[in-house]
Design a protein around this ligand. Sequence first.
Ligand SMILES: *[C@@H]1O[C@H](CO)[C@@H](O)[C@H](O)[C@H]1NC(C)=O
Ligand SMILES: *[C@@H]1O[C@H](CO)[C@@H](O)[C@H](O)[C@H]1NC(C)=O
Length: 729
Amino acid sequence: MPVVGVLLWATLLTLGWRAAHPKDHGFATPRVQLSFKELKATGTAHFFNFLLNSSDYRILLKDEDHDRMYVGSKDYVLSLDLHDINREPLIIHWPASQQRIEECILSGKNSNGECGNFIRLIQPWNRTHLYVCGTGAYNPICAFVNRGRKAQGFPPSQPGGRESRSTDSPLSPRPAQSKDYIFYLEPDKLESGKGKCSYDPKVDTVSALINEELYAGVYIDFMGTDAAIFRTMGKQTAMRTDQYNSRWLNDPAFVRAQLIPDSSERNDDKLYFFFREKSADAPLSPGVYSRIGRICLNDDGGHCCLVNKWSTFLKARLVCSVPGPDGIETHFDELQDVFIQQTQDTKNPVIYAVFSASGSVFKGSAVCVYSMADIRMVFNGPFAHKEGPNYQWMPYTGKMPYPRPGTCPGGTFTPSMKSTKDYPDEVINFMRAHPLMYHAVYPTHRQPLVVRTNVNYRFTTVAVDQVDAADGRYEVLFLGTDRGTVQKVIVLPRDDMETEELMLEEIEVFKVPAPIKTMTISSKRQQLYVSSAVGVTHLALHRCDVYGEACADCCLARDPYCAWDGSACTRYSASSKRRSRRQDVRHGNPIRQCRGYNSNANKNTVEAVQYGVEGSTAFLECQPRSPQASVKWLLQKDNSDRRKELRVEGRVLRTEQGLLLRALQLGDSGLYSCTATENNFKHTVTKVQLRVLSSRAVHTVLVQAEPPPRPAGCPHSPLPGPAAAPHSA
Ligand SMILES: *[C@@H]1O[C@H](CO)[C@@H](O)[C@H](O)[C@H]1NC(C)=O
Ligand SMILES: *[C@@H]1O[C@H](CO)[C@@H](O)[C@H](O)[C@H]1NC(C)=O
């Protein structure tokens, strides 16, 4: 008896991460939840499990032309096959030198193994080479990596051609070779990484290599106090943000850099930086602000002041908030990741950003979407101005110098000024004091697309795929969390401004849960690549068969990648014949979609016989496939020929996972059916024939079977409640 009791309580306690209140604001339940083991069993994922003494797989660079994924981790640069990251990985071992590691340890920096060469930058350099940088045990270093397919007649022996396992001088390159690919570090082209890569591996570096010039958001000193947006390499002068000027950058954490053209005129091209930084206005404001900043690519700095410093740097606040019931906005202030969704018009990509709430009050995150039109409007609007430290920020209303501060030289509005060095001193002086725009950038529809509150995790990353389904094009969001899962989400428009969020899947993508650090998507290959401290995984964007074997399961799942093909739930492709495919993402109405297939809906009905003893407790399990389904129990008593809805009261208790019947009576015997209804579609999930045995009969059997009774006065059962043995009358 106690054993049954333990099992029962265990079942009730494992409610764990299943939804408790699906209707709560900011709460969402996945239709399908896969553990790492279950994901493996689907055969739709690959885990990089080549044995390396590495960690912190943070940098992913996809190279679709060569079918490779370049990965940067601690002491390693990898070139992996996009189709299967375990197939013949090419490996460059690039640790810092032993001497450098010792110096680093002596300077007291190795508390968490930071004295390694953490790869933080991998950028395409030219047709044959990559540019890579690492922290170099607190002394950043950069190098060129030769990569690509072997050309016909390529010399078989590489410069410094040694086996990848050679163990001499640690800074020497270890060429990794395979039959068709070249992948090795150029031995005599090592460079200093100062201004290209941060010293501290805990600090993220963002970068963009454009026209052989490297733009990077980094901390450029050993102490990690001097943050800057830097330009190095190339023919133009080296440039940076104004040093130790907290109006420009105040303890920033860089998230992404992205070139977005402003017009067809190349001279107008701007590089956008996404970051968060400490607020200079504390304590009246949140501790952290999220920012979008930008510079002109052809900025040469000022000639009077701001020499070799950006003279076009501007920034604005990125707002992502929800109105509370009391009218006070709840802000998600800490930008975590940005995904740039390209459109037909390269000037107007759509920007998806993930934020978390910074307060200790509650844990939450949100996804907000921004348009370039809104962003440009803010940069074309008033500048923020402050008379002095104790004044409020105001829109600047004084006389505006010409050209308007932030304008690129030689562009649409300044064809005659070829360089920022030609700008009047007033423009440069104005820029130095007014890097901030007065208005903030608000998301499309002024509200987040997705919100999570009252949950014990945060979003860390976002990637978006566009999917053509039978009833239109859908944006599918893949959201990485700090507990090592990826959520696949679509947001559907409802009436008015309302939207409906559907979480299609939540998947554990690593064996050991670790916060998702980087994600990149290949629509071409229908794969999502995910990295964390513990490794790299890639998984298919869809696993249609996990939704179930019936047409109704497939239809109710409303996954735009999937459709019912007449016999199974499979990948929908817009080009295949529509008549034979059943899909209805917007309404998920199986009554209409699955006409002719409805008999399948009850194919999965579980039928069981269960025994209970009079006076004890029985638990009847019923777990509908969908957490959104509403569940009803019907009972047909043994002595009756009518089914009636079971009233949940008194001895009868409902839980997430089924029905609890306490203090069983003989009259409780009967056929219990559990039905789930979703979108007006009803089907039976379980049927249980419950047989209640009289306690007297059971007691007689027990007395005959058991060894002598325990001494009197000893409590019957260590477990309270329903697990107690039947009363010994
Ligand atoms: C792996 O790296 C750790 C520290 O980075 C080191 O202590 C250990 O000896 C290495 N193990 C092997 C097998 O190289
Ligand atoms: C690419 O750059 C590397 C490093 O500067 C150089 O050695 C190589 O010749 C270049 N390749 C081409 C095709 O320009």
